[in-house]
Design a protein around this ligand. Sequence first.
Ligand SMILES: NC(=O)c1ccc[n+]([C@@H]2O[C@H](COP(=O)([O-])OP(=O)(O)OC[C@H]3O[C@@H](n4cnc5c(N)ncnc54)[C@H](OP(=O)(O)O)[C@@H]3O)[C@@H](O)[C@H]2O)c1
Length: 335
Amino acid sequence: MGEALRVALAGLGTVGGGVIRLLDTNGELIARRAGRPIEVVAVSARDRSKDRGFDLNRFDWVDDPAELARHAGADVVVELVGGSDGPALALARETFKAGKSLVTANKAMIAHHGLELAKAAEAANLALKFEAAVAGGVPVIKGLREGAAANEIGRVYGILNGTCNFILSKMEAEGRDFADILAEAQRLGYAEADPSFDIDGVDAAHKLSILASLAFGTQPAFGEVGITGIRHVIAADIAEAAALGYRVRLLGIADSAPGGGLFQRVHPHLVPVSHPLAHVTGSTNAVVAEGNFVGRLLFQGAGAGDGPTASAVVADLIDIARGEFGPPYAMPADA
Ligand SMILES: NC(=O)c1ccc[n+]([C@@H]2O[C@H](COP(=O)([O-])OP(=O)(O)OC[C@H]3O[C@@H](n4cnc5c(N)ncnc54)[C@H](OP(=O)(O)O)[C@@H]3O)[C@@H](O)[C@H]2O)c1
């Protein structure tokens, strides 16, 4: 067994807490698979006194997340704070300056600053990994970067936001209107108190811009994604679609245009009932990628939640522990 990979973890909320619990539960199995143990040595969050259901005293506590990058006892940093800029971005930049690799679940930061961070990581021969940033626990980034790496991808598309899919599939099953189901989703914890990032399609567009870069080798271009959310979908739209043999899903779609362009858009879409995405209900995520040799691939599973998202974060840590990582976007960022 090799020496432990020592982790500095910023953010102890839903996902950060999930990572601690996962490593506590499956630590021995992970050590056998990775060839070395993975141990959290230092943590940061806002409130040190909050009860998180685990003992914080076994970790070094650091008030400022950016300070974690310089923690002498850590080999790698995990960023689970969130937000495209602010403390998350400061920590990511400091991590590469300090010569450490970074794992993040932060789609907003990767959609806005992924290229800059990938260049910094590559220049220092470090890892930048973000499996959890798209479709939570579903290994779609690994699928595109590795499994489908031999293919030219013609199109990548999917259900990238669990909140929207929960609302649309419940409107479909119960014939109720948007506002009514949104209020229920908020009561059940499937939608945030301010749900605009989800229901207006921004979160799906963050994820789509990441998938598109991986699939097409283009610069991440969140600002170029055409976005329409689901606020204006009414029960009658869904009934009319059903009468014509379709279901309504919020899809993110990226496909190559004739002549070399790339279309990226997020909008409510009519999906024929014969298509697998028409049968994805509730908060599940699903991504389809079409490769010129492999054909149609379908990745599906839990797009959020502490367990699934922690599963993706720790998978990235296992890759780093094994020394298995290449360019974050599947080809060198300068290309
Ligand atoms: N939740 C999911 O299912 C999911 C799925 C995929 C990806 N993600 C991504 O994962 C990341 C984390 O999400 P989450 O749901 O775990 O968020 P969360 O539950 O809100 O947790 C955020 C954590 O960051 C800490 N934090 C916030 N601002 C801070 C600051 N200025 N300085 C230090 N610590 C700060 C918070 O501290 P306190 O606990 O002390 O308040 C909390 O521990 C986000 O990028 C999100 O997009 C989440």
